[in-house]
Ligand binder design. Structure first.
Ligand code: NAD
Length: 421
């Protein structure tokens, strides 16, 4: 059965809560703390008008959720997608809390989303929507309170509009209010590649642990956007063969290897990877089931589920995307001996370099790309080692290992701060 045939929709918030419950149980977490950490701190829903090019006024719905602020300001991206729901944003916010704790950066977790298919908007409509949405969520955001970033379908240009909108309201330039900005506006070197680069650092560590030669390994990547396309390129730099990639239009497969640079150029021209010369067209579901060594889901939630997990053949699954594997599928992968690098570790490079960007902005500083990449590697390698140690110590998969570290760190901070008032 392929992903497209999966029946019942899986609720990402229930998935996130059940992952947390598992770790809380293993940590024997205090019941009060458990109740606090199981729910988001704040949820904001906004319905806001946008003037469309045809003269009509449309009302859009968006969300900003702050899951936990115990270790620092909320941090997390804003997603533009027609399928955004409050439960999805809550899940993504909770995952951000754990992610920041796994890599030890001083943030809580937040996330935002707008229900919109941005491909259906003109550039001017997109700008008006972005500026008005950011205005609506300004009751929560700020460089010391909540710092958004890019996610699915949101770009450095959109971050620039967010930053400008906030700065106009403050009366002075506030680069630290969002990350993922262009370099010219206080963005960090290496931010664009950071999610993929961090993911590849974890794959290199996993391969070393498993004794796998990356130069002889094959890779399939689901999703060919920021995270997926750059991860594909960086895996080629490691000497691996990328045999398949996909996007919302479908997938392409070429067993002796795709030229990732040429696929990127093709997608730019045609809007999809499908039709790339010399490749065979496959579905997104088929991509997940290909005979490959490394599978990188880099698109969307709930892709590896009870319905297709038995057909997954990869030896390593590296979750560049957030929440691509359901708990049932996780269990099966663990039993099959698949090495899972969970999202809260595998894609934490993005938020780590966002943190670097914020530090540079607050200090009016600018680091070199070499500096950024070297600091990122130190953080990712350390986090990977700590998660692997937990996983080996307790005989659990890497996701649970990561949760044990993260939940314990957030619980410690929350307990030390005590209950206000
Ligand atoms: P993006 O918008 O740049 O790219 C998303 C890609 O996925 C596109 O190629 C799109 O066609 C494809 N896609 C979307 N839905 C799909 C589906 N159902 N099946 C197959 N392909 C599909 O987004 P991105 O920033 O690369 O984000 C991708 C994933 O990585 C998301 O889960 C996001 O939360 C996660 N992530 C991104 C960052 C970041 O810094 N951008 C950081 C951490 C995690």
């Amino acid at each position: 059965m392929t992903t497209e045939q999966t029946a019942a929709p899986i609720n990402a918030w229930q998935v996130a809560q059940s992952q947390f419950d598992l770790a809380a149980e293993m940590l024997n977490l205090d019941p009060g703390l458990r109740r606090v950490l199981r729910e988001p701190r704040r949820e904001l829903t906004v319905h806001f008008p946008v003037a469309m090019d045809d003269g009509s006024t449309q009302v859009f719905t968006g969300y900003r959720v702050q899951h936990n602020l115990g270790r620092g300001p909320a941090k997390g991206g804003i997603r533009y997608h027609q399928d955004v729901t409050i439960d999805e944003v809550k899940a993504l916010a909770m995952w951000m809390t754990w992610k920041c704790a796994v890599v030890g950066i001083p943030y809580g977790g937040g996330k935002g989303g707008v229900i919109v298919d941005p491909k259906k908007l003109s550039l001017k409509e997109l700008e008006r929507l972005s500026r008005r949405f950011f205005t609506e969520i300004e009751v929560l955001v700020g460089p010391e309170r909540d710092i958004p970033a890019p996610d699915v379908n949101t770009t450095p240009q959109i971050m620039s509009w967010f930053m400008d909108t906030y700065s106009m309201h403050q009366g002075y330039t506030v680069p630290g209010v969002v990350t993922g900005k262009p370099i010219s506006l206080g963005g960090s070197e290496g931010r664009n590649e950071a999610t993929a680069r961090g993911c590849v650092f974890t794959i290199v560590q996993a391969a070393a642990h498993l004794g796998m030669d990356l130069k002889k390994s094959t890779v399939a990547v689901q999703g060919f956007g920021n995270a997926g396309s750059i991860a594909a390129r960086l895996m080629v730099d490691e000497g691996s063969t990328v045999i398949a990639v996909s996007d919302t239009g479908g997938g392409i497969w070429k067993q002796d290897g795709l030229d990732v640079g040429k696929v990127l150029a093709w997608k730019k021209e045609h809007g999809t990877v499908v039709g790339f010369p010399g490749s065979q067209t496959i579905t997104n579901g088929q991509l997940l089931e290909l005979d490959c060594d490394i599978l990188i889901p880099a698109a969307y939630e709930n892709q590896i589920t009870a319905a297709n997990v038995d057909n997954v053949k990869a030896k390593i699954v590296a979750e560049a995307a957030n929440g691509p594997t359901t708990p049932e599928a996780d269990e099966v992968l663990w039993k099959k001996g698949v090495f899972m690098i969970p999202d809260i570790l595998a894609n934490a490079g993005g938020v780590t370099v966002s943190y670097f960007e914020w530090v540079q902005d607050l200090n009016r500083d600018h680091w070199t790309e070499e500096d950024v990449n070297a600091k990122l590697k130190v953080i990712m390698d350390k986090a990977f080692g700590e998660v692997l140690a937990q996983s080996l110590k307790h005989g659990v998969n890497m996701r649970t290992g990561a949760y044990l570290n993260a939940v314990q760190r957030v619980a410690d901070a929350t307990a030390m701060r005590g209950l206000y008032p």
